[in-house]
Ligand binder design. Structure first.
Ligand SMILES: Nc1ncnc2c1ncn2[C@@H]1O[C@H](COP(=O)(O)OP(=O)(O)OP(=O)(O)O)[C@@H](O)[C@H]1O
Length: 475
């Protein structure tokens, strides 16, 4: 899921700003000369600026970019000058402050298609070895963007009643011989590529995988890396994250003569509500007995929102070096065998990429675009008895379920907040929602299993979406 247009409240720093975290993003942002005649206004498409004194809201005439290096903000401002609020010396990206180019979502019973910056996709995975061993039957069918669920052994089922749910995209990966089979490339092309486009335009994007344990989230997000550094084959099992990074550098290479693109990555996990840096290379004397690095703290900056203190960030200049960091991070992630998955993720993982894009060469450079990409692989919700959880696994499962519950509550509250301003959004109830506060998801990615238990997830997902984003399902 990714917020293609990250809805954010306009923010106007009242004092000299500090970096959002110790990865010092602001130090990487240049103040570029401005030739647009905007009285020294820096068209810096970023929330991190070094000049912010004497700030007050003011409506400016729409800026004119002289070098064609537009930001989404500047373009939208030109089209919607009334929304163009900026302090004298500061221009910030505020996706709330611009009219977003809305994508239309059509749904089964909607007369009018809805405009949304959120996309929800569902993927149905093949049966796993546990399911093949037991006598389970396929109860989920995908046709176009609708998932139909036979109601199992209930009276509805005997009466031939089915339930259909319409999503933005629905993929079936059950049978590789089937013509509609969606492989890793199909998934990435459908939901990953638009995100790369948006990231290059300067939007923050976020994509997360949600679903019950063993429904294929990690497979879809990370996949199985069988490729070398130079290419990702079309039949490869590499998932969205490596494909996203590969595509990112392919595009960077294509424009490198004219455009300077700096890429920085960070990767952390939220395990039992504690944050661990997955890319930390320093050895700490404070490591826990199980070898884990000490947990990092979350703080909230008055202007830039929540951030992880001392999270390491690493500049990368090629897919090969980025892939090495991914391998390091994945090797440190907490996984364990449960009753439903041999290698179950016991934590939420968040892989962040920060892109700074600016013109290269002469002084005609006007703007720097900055976008943050968050690719999130959530831990799976689980039923304690089915997942055979006990001891540490039980504790982890409780923590996972609790934070997923909060995620649902936050999204439901955000939806209600659209109608009423007095709604309390419980971001702080879990570390995950607190950290994602600044990056509301606009892309969600759901995996469903074909297993009967998945019905629960299907209903949960439909409810979640229906309440959260008014996506109407057919029934
Ligand atoms: N589309 C698919 N095609 C083939 N195998 C898949 C697919 N989706 C998942 N699998 C396999 O199913 C198993 C479980 O998948 P995975 O570990 O990705 O689940 P998960 O949702 O991340 O689980 P958890 O929440 O417990 O971490 C893995 O062995 C994985 O390789």
């Amino acid at each position: 899921m990714s917020a293609r247009n990250t809805p954010r409240t306009p923010k106007f720093p009242s004092k000299t700003t500090t970096p959002i975290s110790s990865n010092k993003p602001s130090s990487r942002i240049r103040n570029v000369p401005n030739t647009s005649g905007n009285n020294g206004v820096k068209l810096l498409n970023t929330a991190f600026s070094v000049e912010s004194k004497g700030v007050k809201k003011k409506i400016h005439p729409a800026p004119v970019s002289t070098d064609g290096f537009h930001t989404p903000t500047s373009t939208a401002k030109r089209e919607n000058p009334k929304y163009y609020f900026t302090p004298d010396c500061f221009t910030t990206v505020s996706m709330d402050a611009v009219e977003k180019p809305a994508r239309k979502i059509s749904s089964g019973h909607d007369k009018e298609p809805e405009a949304s910056n959120l996309t929800v996709a569902v993927r149905v995975r093949p049966m796993n070895k546990f399911e093949l061993k037991s006598s389970v039957e396929n109860i989920i069918y995908v046709k176009e963007n609708t998932v139909t669920v036979l109601a199992g052994s209930t009276a509805d089922s005997s009466a031939g009643i089915t339930k259909g749910y319409t999503y933005d995209c629905a993929f079936s990966s059950c049978n590789s011989q089937h013509e509609d089979y969606a492989d890793q490339k199909t998934i990435f092309d459908s939901i990953g590529t638009p995100l790369v486009d948006k990231a290059f335009e300067g939007y923050n994007v976020c994509l997360f995988a949600y679903g019950q344990t063993s429904s294929g989230k990690s497979y879809s997000m990370m996949g199985i890396d069988t490729d070398n550094c130079d290419s990702i084959g079309s039949t490869s099992e590499a998932g969205i994250i490596p494909r996203f990074c590969h595509e990112l550098f392919r595009r960077i290479d294509a424009v490198k003569k004219t455009t300077l693109v700096e890429v920085e990555v960070s990767y952390f996990e939220i395990y039992n509500e504690k944050i661990h840096d997955l890319l930390s290379v320093t050895t700490s004397v404070n490591s826990t007995p199980n070898g884990r690095k000490p947990a990092l703290k979350v703080r909230e900056h008055a202007d830039w929102g929540p951030y992880v203190v001392d999270l390491s960030a690493h500049p990368v200049d090629s897919y090969a070096s980025l892939r090495n960091w991914l391998i390091v991070g994945n090797s440190q992630r907490a996984t364990a065998t449960t009753g439903m998955n041999d290698k179950s993720s016991r934590s939420h993982s968040i892989f962040n990429i920060v892109l700074n894009i600016s013109g290269r060469g002469d002084s005609t450079l006007q703007q720097t675009r900055r976008s943050k990409i968050s690719l999130v692989d959530l831990a799976g919700s689980e039923r304690m008895n089915t997942a055979c959880s006990n001891g540490d696994r039980l504790k982890e499962g409780i923590s996972i379920n609790k934070s997923l519950l909060t995620l649902g509550k936050v999204i439901a509250a955000l939806a209600s907040a659209k109608k009423s301003t007095s709604v309390f959004v419980p971001y702080r109830e879990s570390v995950l929602t607190f950290l994602l506060k600044e990056v509301h998801p606009s892309w969600c990615f759901y995996d469903l299993t074909m297993f009967a238990l998945a019905i629960f997830e299907t209903f949960a997902a439909a409810f979640f979406l229906r309440t959260g984003f008014r996506i109407i399902y057919k029934d």
